[in-house]
Design a protein around this ligand. Sequence first.
Ligand SMILES: Nc1nc2c(ncn2[C@@H]2O[C@H](COP(=O)(O)OP(=O)(O)OP(=O)(O)O)[C@@H](O)[C@H]2O)c(=O)[nH]1
Ligand SMILES: [Mg+2]
Length: 480
Amino acid sequence: MADGPTNHDDGKFDAEGFELDDVTDIYDMGDLDDIDADLVVVPDEPSDHRGAFGEYGGETSAFIERSFREKIILVGVTWPGQDDDDTEASLDELALLIDTAGADEVARVAQRRSGADPATYIGKGKVEEIRVLAESVDADTVVFDDELTPAQQNNLEKLLGRSAIDRTAVILDIFAQNAHTVEGKAQVQLALLKYRLPRLRGKGKSLSQQAGGIGARRGPGETQLEVDRRRVSRLIHKLEADLRQIGHHRDSQRKARRRSPFQQVAIVGYTNAGKSTLLNRLTDAGVLVENRLFATLDATTRRLQLPGGETVLVTDTVGFVKKLPHQLVEAFKSTLEVVAEADLLVHIVDASAPDTEAHLNAVRVVLGEIDAAEVPELIVFNKSDLTTESARLVAQHPGSVAISAVTGDGIPELLAAIGDRLRALTNVVELMVPFDRGDVIAAVHREGEVLVETTDEAGMRMRARLDDAASARLAEFVVG
Ligand SMILES: Nc1nc2c(ncn2[C@@H]2O[C@H](COP(=O)(O)OP(=O)(O)OP(=O)(O)O)[C@@H](O)[C@H]2O)c(=O)[nH]1
Ligand SMILES: [Mg+2]
């Protein structure tokens, strides 16, 4: 292929896609029989970083180098129907993502376009402008705010003479850094390999030149790129199988949850909104809280007793973001099942964030992708200690609540609202059962969840959550 840009935007494999070194670095090729706790290895050795995908010497697994703080140029495009403020807001967030990944923004460039250039995403003149800028600020990497096609990425790296990556790669990078459990690592790894597969390049040291491993042999007439692609596809299948294995365990957990009489509440929201802080405030979960994006990747569930006496299960899970890579949504689907299966979503919104509505909508987009759009939602504006916006936001969103998970402000109101919402979703009945009807008292305990039980002269007064069939059967004891 000629050195200049090509004009294909078909997302097919490019003959000069990424080298496979990075794939071998992040995946332990030696032992594929078990999920290895060290799947995601971020090598310590420093390397001169001029190409996260190998072309310019990058040898590491991560897209952004960690041995020093990379200097990064951000590039955003204003599309029809958007204004420059939208682009700035999106780039502000990209800057935050880059900071989380351990690098520094040194410049940003924006362009208005009616559509992406199939070969270079932005215009060729703009690319040259960025190349000159990158020289002058000695930038290591240029990050584009939208997902680039493999061809665009390849062309841009060549034209810019340094690594060109996209928002997806930055988010994948952060997830890889933050994955700690075996399942979390495998999920991130799967997303990474799916992202890399169409971006493989035929040149350079290949997987098949490594000693050992499966499927490395090159068949007659098979190109190195074909071998490498086959190899990565196998890794993907292997990871999917491993994750299914882990999924069996999850299935039994899920069955247990379904059998349990407790209703399930899932805390969802934009990353850094305060989900984990809230779980910690409500229970003694001791979940990691950090002022950093995607601090939480794994789900944590705790019991919580509501003021009305009900016990519920509350789960804190991974946060969402605008343009959350579809590979990640897919890979985390099993973790996020708990959200789709919840009785109620507590949707935490950072009221101090500049664009709360955009955050709300981005979260709803992801909820739709994980089949959780129909789960009832209680909107909670958090960080009321930092902003005066909360009251206005609550007024705009009827039924919502304002809290500060840090100071505890509004928590009693939140608990009451959760109880009200859950009660509205199920039957809570009052029963008066004579003391000589121990069989009935036992039946209520067996078939429902007893919320409150008090004795008075006439017998046992019970407030219980019962399904329609049970409350019909016990109708003669139902009062009020
Ligand atoms: N001032 C203030 N800070 C808060 C509040 N709630 C959370 N924070 C801070 O916001 C940051 C993020 O909190 P987390 O609880 O980790 O947020 P999260 O939603 O779990 O974030 P991820 O797991 O990264 O998606 C931390 O620095 C918290 O201390 C609040 O009510 N007020
Ligand atoms: Mg968290």
